[in-house]
Design a protein around this ligand. Structure first.
Ligand SMILES: [Zn+2]
Ligand SMILES: [Zn+2]
Length: 81
């Protein structure tokens, strides 16, 4: 039986890493299947580990430029004449 090791996060069960198939001598024969071997890694992925701590505000602070500061307080010397 061939094995393919698939590492998954133990908390959220997302796929962490899928290894290459480790073939046996019967690899490729009819009716032969590859058995998936799940190896759990000890934590949640980056997506689910952050969602567990701060739920609700996913878009906050994600590289949003504060362009509202520009344009509102533009110093125009011609207007103060
Ligand atoms: Zn095999
Ligand atoms: Zn996950």
């Amino acid at each position: 039986m061939c094995y393919q090791v698939v590492e998954r996060y133990s908390v959220c069960r997302c796929q962490y890493y899928k290894h290459a198939i480790d073939p046996c001598s019967a690899y490729g024969q009819r009716g032969h299947s590859v058995q998936e071997k799940t190896v759990l890694v000890g934590y949640a992925c980056s997506l689910h580990s952050t969602a567990a701590s701060s739920t609700g505000s996913s878009t906050q602070g994600a590289g949003v430029l504060p362009d509202s500061g520009y344009g509102s307080g533009v110093y125009d010397p011609a207007a103060y004449r």
